[in-house]
Design a protein around this ligand. Sequence first.
Ligand code: HEC
Ligand code: HEC
Ligand code: HEC
Ligand code: HEC
Length: 178
Amino acid sequence: MKLSYRLRLLIVLISLGVLTGGGLLLKHLLLPDSFGVYGPYRANAIAEAALVPIRHGTNASCFKCHAYEAGIHKTGRHQTISCEFCHGTYMDHVENGRKIGTLPVKREKQITTLCLRCHNTEIKARSELVIKTVAMPNHLADQNVKLTHNCNQCHHVHAPLKYIIRAKQMTRWTEAGR
Ligand code: HEC
Ligand code: HEC
Ligand code: HEC
Ligand code: HEC
């Protein structure tokens, strides 16, 4: 069957119309409501993000009730570390100024695992200048202790050089004479 020139043109035009219409409809269905209000992104995202509950309180929020830990933490080499990194979030612990839940406290071997998340020489992506690292078990062998020692047996978790500086003062320990 041979179609006339006009009929073929008509078919092409109709299919183009259907395709364009379908495309526009699809775009309408798939684009979120507020897309384009401020530019090529979803304007509602801002309001939605503001509704997400705040989980973290920062260190200042802990200091109010934990004056003892705060006093030690603020003077030591861990002063820049977030309490919540090691203990979990404010939201799980305090609501309307009162304790509502227990935060996890690591013990023994778990403490060593926690410390090595930041202080292991195996972490190659970060410079030694940012966070000092130790190789295990060499670090324990260097101190002449059993390799079963956990980090907190020598380092105060909240101010890691507290005992070590004290020990050095007491024994007049120097790099040369150790
Ligand atoms: C580097 C990780 C780390 C950071 C940072 C840290 N803590 Fe701890 N914290 C620990 C560990 C581990 C223990 C358990 C110590 C132990 O058993 O020897 C502990 C113990 C405690 C305890 C006593 C809990 C118990 O039952 O023994 C409190 C309270 C506490 N921390 C609060 C804080 C506060 C407040 C901050 C911030 C000012 C903070 N911690 C920062 C690791 C950390
Ligand atoms: C409104 C007061 C209050 C605030 C704020 C507060 N705590 Fe506590 N916290 C307590 C009380 C009360 C206890 C139980 C008695 C104790 O150990 O001193 C406690 C206990 C803890 C313990 C031991 C485990 C437990 O839950 O019993 C840890 C760890 C701890 N708090 C960490 C934190 C951290 C980290 C922050 C900041 C994000 C914080 N706290 C903020 C009141 C508070
Ligand atoms: C979230 C990462 C992080 C964790 C977890 C952590 N530290 Fe640290 N630590 C740091 C940073 C940051 C410093 C300050 C920079 C530095 O001195 O290397 C520091 C400093 C130290 C120092 C002093 C190094 C020096 O000579 O100046 C010691 C020792 C230390 N930490 C031991 C520990 C021990 C023990 C634990 C486990 C209880 C621990 N750290 C957990 C990040 C961490
Ligand atoms: C037997 C005691 C002892 C134990 C256990 C111990 N350390 Fe140490 N650590 C020391 C002493 C002492 C120094 C200081 C050495 C110096 O000043 O030359 C030190 C220094 C460090 C430093 C600083 C290194 C530097 O380059 O200046 C880091 C980081 C550290 N320790 C992390 C840890 C971690 C993490 C653990 C657990 C895996 C741990 N230590 C277990 C005694 C100990």
